[in-house]
Design a protein around this ligand. Structure first.
Ligand SMILES: C[S@@+](CC[C@H](N)C(=O)[O-])C[C@H]1O[C@@H](n2cnc3c(N)ncnc32)[C@H](O)[C@@H]1O
Length: 255
């Protein structure tokens, strides 16, 4: 089983949206967007592409701050959720959502005008190394010269150090997710078998994998694609990146 896009499955989405509400409440998203605004040098009003926007939490928050944002995601259901959440009346900027694969970003007919691109906690799901490179190339083609790219990744070093092969999450509404994880060292990917029970006790199994990167590996890909590395952070509080950082947030420019 090579894996499926579990964000398009209604059973998984019930759990995912509840879990997101609890783990990423609005104030957490606001902290992440404060960080984005501090580390990429854009004036309010600039155009931003949120690649793999999910339920649109960053895209909507950025539009509320005055940016013109496009969110792209594979999951029609998450985009419907994003559309339902946005409230344009309270927005000095704008936000539009498109269903699509970042691997085929060129097929969406987007203008080549983005001064900023963010890709939060999403790059590498079900992707080969060639796919990651292609996605970054397609992203680059949508950007203005000198535009900023921010890619937020799991910190592989911390993941390896603190690896747990079993984990259990229960949401307040009664969804339960039991996750068995193994780390495939040959492919450098985290492989998860998830057993998700809805509040009525119906269970469904999902398989998900995520390519993880060392910083050097990721910089090699970025350089090959033609991005100019600027800085790496270890968290949304601008902590210095280390093996113990929760995240590996890489900032580069399109030179
Ligand atoms: C962990 S979620 C993160 C969503 C969002 N960026 C956030 O931080 O809330 C990963 C998202 O990436 C999307 N995704 C994964 N691979 C994708 C691809 N190749 N093209 C577009 N979206 C993709 C999934 O549908 C899902 O919404």
């Amino acid at each position: 089983m090579e894996g499926e896009n579990l964000w398009s499955d209604p059973h998984y989405l019930g759990y995912y949206l509840d879990m997101m509400k609890e783990r990423y409440p609005e104030n957490q998203t606001e902290r992440e967007v404060n960080f984005i605004e501090k580390v990429i040098d854009l004036d309010r009003g600039a155009s931003i592409l949120d690649a793999c926007c999910g339920c649109g939490r960053h895209a909507i928050s950025l539009a509320k701050r005055g940016y013109d944002v496009i969110g792209v995601d594979l999951s029609k259901s998450l985009l419907e959720h994003a559309e339902a959440t946005k409230n344009e009346k309270s927005m000095p900027g704008s936000v539009e959502f498109y269903e699509g694969d970042i691997l085929n970003l060129d097929e969406l007919g987007l203008e080549k005008k983005y001064q900023g691109v963010i890709c939060m906690a999403s790059l590498g799901y079900y992707m080969t190394d060639e796919d990651v490179k292609t996605s970054l190339q397609k992203i680059k083609e949508t950007m203005t010269p000198g535009g900023w790219l921010l890619i937020d990744l799991i910190n592989r070093e911390k993941l390896i150090k603190t690896f747990r092969n079993k984990n259990w999450i229960k949401t307040e509404t009664g969804y339960r997710c039991l996750r068995f994880t193994s780390f495939n060292l040959e492919m450098s990917r985290c492989e998860n078998h998830k057993y998700v029970n809805d509040p009525d006790g119906n269970e469904k199994e999902f398989f998900q994998w995520l390519r993880t990167f060392t910083l050097r590996e990721f910089l090699n890909i970025l350089e090959e694609v033609g991005f100019n590395f600027q800085k790496v952070y270890g968290s949304y509080t601008r902590e210095q990146y280390s093996v113990d950082s929760p995240r590996m947030i890489v900032i580069c420019t399109n030179e």
